[in-house]
Design a protein around this ligand. Structure first.
Ligand code: MG
Length: 202
């Protein structure tokens, strides 16, 4: 399986990092080795001093497709989840300044904690609330109505370049409020009022 991720999909987050608003989705990938499941702890690596949390809604691809039309994209995922796109912001800033790829900043071991997936049925994909608390304090809140590019647009766009296969995961971008984590922090994420993950930084 593969993980594809979208950068700069929420305007308020673009502003907080002083990035330019993209004229098409910004896509990057993470390797399978980045995944943490079942609330496994995240071990803070020694090559960075500035890891940021980015809470994001995840889509789990349910059938193979390429060149998917936007109007059919909703048929290609049945379940959603919540994840963190851990980012070594210090490394990413250096790479961005040099115009280099982000892989080291975004794809390292443990950089993709993911929740269990839940059926999308009963939730409004265009108006979905999600949040992240660190040590019981609210750090990020998002609503999918504020995305620049909708889930269906992203699936259509991505599938022009990458054949999507069953089990692939798409990170759909983070809202404002990103910030550093430190050893000992406890991260809890919710979709609406449903607890999705609860894990520790070690
Ligand atoms: Mg992100």
């Amino acid at each position: 399986m593969k993980i594809l991720a979208v950068g700069r999909n929420y305007v308020a987050h673009i502003a907080e990092l002083n990035n330019e608003k993209p004229d098409q989705p910004v896509i990057f990938s993470k390797p399978e080795t980045a995944i943490l499941r079942n609330n496994e702890p995240f071990y803070y690596p020694d090559f960075t001093q500035d890891i940021h949390h980015e809470v994001e809604i995840l889509l789990k691809i349910s059938k193979m497709g390429k060149n998917i039309e936007e109007k059919f994209a909703h048929k290609y995922y049945e379940e959603i989840g919540l994840g963190i796109d851990f980012t070594a912001r210090d490394i990413q800033t250096q790479l961005k300044n040099k115009g280099l790829p982000w892989d080291l900043a975004k794809g390292f071991n443990g950089s993709a904690p993911i929740s269990e997936f839940i059926p999308k049925e009963g939730y409004d994909m265009q108006n979905l609330n999600f949040s992240l608390d660190v040590n019981g304090e609210r750090r990020q809140t998002g609503n999918t109505s504020l995305m620049l590019y909708s889930f269906d647009y992203l699936i259509a766009f991505i599938s022009r370049y990458f054949t999507l296969k069953t089990g692939d995961i798409i990170y759909t971008g983070t809202p404002a409020g990103v910030g550093p984590v430190k050893i000992g922090d406890k991260l809890t994420g919710k979709i609406e009022e449903k607890m999705m993950f609860d894990f520790e930084v070690k």
